[in-house]
Design a binder for this molecule. Structure first.
Ligand code: PMP
Length: 339
């Protein structure tokens, strides 16, 4: 059973984190390893990014970078925007969220529902000045030019409060929940805050823990870990929030031992399997992570304890991952109960 928090927590902020570490029965049985998934979909905003949002806002408050009633501006695939908006609402800040229009309708609807000032823009590569990250930085600069000190650019990719929050909370929780023994950890990267923060915590606790970056097709991070140079791989992925064309500040210097590539087919197999047989309806990046954990288990052999992250839930992608028309349009398999 989960430990029950003994006392009431102070509002939303006290409800972020302390997520269960779930033993994944079928992945464990299939590999002879113990595969554990950190249930980040159980955060109030529905994703692992609540933690980064909280850490970034608390860091800015501590440094006096956010004035009461100020505006938080961020470019995001959606989940960070949801976290920033919810934490911002609870702390008295407004949020302006810039997002590529390719992201799921569910995330768009949720951001509007919770009061974000949402700016949907065309998806552009990072090197294009119209990319959502640059767009959000300029927006914050404009707000600050009109009213100095009014806006904070959260800058999740390079703001190290992101990975520090994960080192302090997610990493420490995993060590405690795993009884102090983690043989390996794997997860995919958007900003890299989750992977780097957890890697730092695990390596400080036990330098022999193996840390492996999981990368979707089309991302440059696999090549970066293997050769030192970020180079985009062939193919692409329908997963959201992960994969990069460059190395974000949060990943730099992180203790990562190796990297694995995972296809959408492999990820979806886990998404559908966990949904139907274990009642864990997870999103695409979580599917990439579980598939990577299974690959790693096969490489390491039976008897190891491998931890990964269940970043968000499948309901956030109902219109994509669980939509037969969408899956067919991408040449991906449709699960039997939806066909
Ligand atoms: N999965 C999902 C669904 C996400 O939204 C994100 C964040 N963009 C990640 C994984 C990756 O997390 P991080 O930014 O900490 O690398």
């Amino acid at each position: 059973m989960n430990a029950i928090t003994p006392a009431p927590v102070p509002g939303l902020l006290g409800a972020i984190g302390n997520t269960p570490l779930i033993r994944l029965g079928r992945a464990s049985a299939a590999t002879g390893c113990e595969i554990l998934g950190k249930a980040e979909f159980m955060n109030p905003g529905g994703s692992v990014k609540d933690r980064a949002a909280l850490a970034i806002i608390q860091g800015a408050e501590a440094r006096g970078e956010l004035r009461p009633g100020g505006v938080i501006v961020e470019g995001t695939a959606g989940n960070t925007g949801i976290g920033l908006t919810l934490v911002g609402n609870a702390r008295g800040y407004r949020s302006v969220i810039v997002m590529p229009e390719t992201q799921s309708q569910e995330k768009i609807d949720f951001l509007r529902m919770i009061g974000a000032d949402l700016r949907l823009i065309p998806a552009k590569p990072f090197k294009d000045p119209g990319n959502y990250v640059h767009y959000s930085r300029r927006l914050a600069e404009e707000l600050n030019a009109a009213d100095p000190g009014s806006a904070l650019w959260a800058n999740q990719f390079d703001n190290l409060d992101n990975r520090e929050g994960h080192r302090r909370t997610t990493g420490a929780e995993i060590i405690a929940q795993a009884g102090g023994r983690v043989d390996a950890f794997t997860c995919a990267c958007g900003t890299g805050g989750t992977l780097a923060g957890i890697a730092l915590a695990l390596k400080a606790h036990d330098a022999t823990t193996r840390v492996v970056l999981a990368d979707p097709m089309g991302s440059a991070l696999y090549a970066w870990r293997k050769t030192g140079t970020p180079e985009m791989s062939e193919g692409g992925s329908i997963t959201e929030g992960i994969g990069q064309s460059r190395v974000p500040g949060n990943l730099e210097g992180a203790p990562i031992d190796d990297a694995l590539q995972v296809t959408d087919e492999e990820a979806l197999e886990q998404v559908f399997d966990l949904t139907l047989h274990e009642g864990l309806c997870i999103g695409g990046s979580a599917g990439i992570n579980v598939a990577a954990a299974v690959k790693l288990a096969r490489i390491m052999g039976p008897g190891h304890r491998i931890v990964t992250i269940l970043c968000d839930g499948g309901a956030r992608y109902q219109s994509k991952l669980f939509n037969p028309e969408f899956l067919r349009s991408k040449g991906l398999p449709v699960p039997s109960w939806l066909a």
